[in-house]
Design a protein around this ligand. Sequence first.
Ligand code: SAJ
Length: 477
Amino acid sequence: MSQKLETILNGKGPIKKIGVIGMGYVGIPAAALFADSDKFDHVLGFQRDSASSGYKIEMLNRGESPLKGEEPGLEELLKKVVDAGKFECTPDFSRISEVDAITLAIQTPFADSKALEPDFGALKDGIRNVGKYLRSGMLVVLESTITPGTTETMARDILEEESGLIAGEDFALAHAPERVMVGRLLRNIQEHDRIVGGIDQPSTDRAVELYSPVLTKGKVIAMSATAAEVTKTAENTFRDLQIAAANQLALYCESMGINVYDVRNGIDSLKGEGITRAILWPGAGVGGHCLTKDTYHLERGVKLGVEALDYPQDAESIYVLARRVNDFMPVHMYNLTVAALKRIGKDIKDSKIAMLGWAFINDSDDARNPPSEPYRDMIIAAGADLRVHDPHVLNYPDLEIHKNINEVISGSDAVVIFTGHKEYFSLKPDEIKKLTGNEHTVIIDGRNVIDPDLYIDAGFVYKGIGRGDKNRHEIVN
Ligand code: SAJ
């Protein structure tokens, strides 16, 4: 452990000035909460004055939030800390030299959804900027989701190279992964437990000092930097795995002719001390920017391990297999569509498909890595005609999204529910039948939205994820 760093930090005294790089949905609430704490004197929000996001600087300095969508309390808090002179946004990165602690909340998206490699370009630029203006005794914290080992290697190397200082001797370095969800940014930062991991004990302690004041219900959970990186990627990997387990069970139930939701209820009933069965929900697939990529961060991290991994010979990682199962669900939706159309003598290529729901999550406009996209690609490749409805998603590259559900459904041969938006729970079989004009219309339920019997009795050809008890029903004339 470095005595030198401890001495420097003690000499420097408590953290008073903080910098936050990345005025996005992670950095803005973090900066506002730091500024609102009476433990700290001033917070600088660093934002490049670029064509695409330079406008945020002026907005933030007026106390306005540039984030879209409702964020309870954020606008008021920004106004408060700006009026109190405790927060300001600046494009002048040289002012990093003024702060005692700097956090980096910069997105690490996939280079493209097919490439399973993250694009660390923007994060590296941010780290380089910090390195350029790094001073002895400063704390640097990475908040972005990163491959385990990044803080200890890539980040440390760039910071040391740019500054000539030594991590763990001259400056503190830590990882504190964000755990925020849009729509509840402030509450998540204040109430979720905060994982904080330094490259050494003085770094961890300094990071604990930084984050403790903004926590209300949450507590700090301290560990090493790499353990913090693994925690963040693994917490999403585990969720993806749980969903895959539910999806695989649904496929089994379809094959065995039973209702997966009966089985789910049965499994979920096993409770009692120490017994847990956190069975999640099967569905049309897994989208978003967390679960679709964090498994691959974890898998990359273990490859950088300090020791060769001891694992069953030639066995595939269950985490990667879980990703494959979840990414298979849109394919399964396609297979159900083809099979159901065949039952009414229609070939997919001559069919009109009405797709209800594009967003990756119910009642949201968030359409990052949506499972609906690979389904759409397969339908188009098969030569079918497709129209997409989504009440929340406004636009998406190369896609026309309709807002009038009747227009989307009218004349279609198949109605496919991809997202569980609440509007879809009130669909009526006779209204759909009138719109399609068919004796028998196909309806595919990817999110357990409709009651199969209502549609089967109305002459629909029904297929639903996990509904092995209904998917081979007689067609009612
Ligand atoms: N999904 C299922 N079955 C389920 C749950 C989700 O198919 O039982 C699908 C959803 O339809 C969606 C995808 O998985 O397409 C992801 O859903 P999600 O609820 O996990 O939402 P995310 O991707 O926004 O995950 C975020 C993560 N939060 C952070 O990274 C801070 C994740 O860690 C949280 O566990 C999750 O929210 C949550 O629990 O709300």
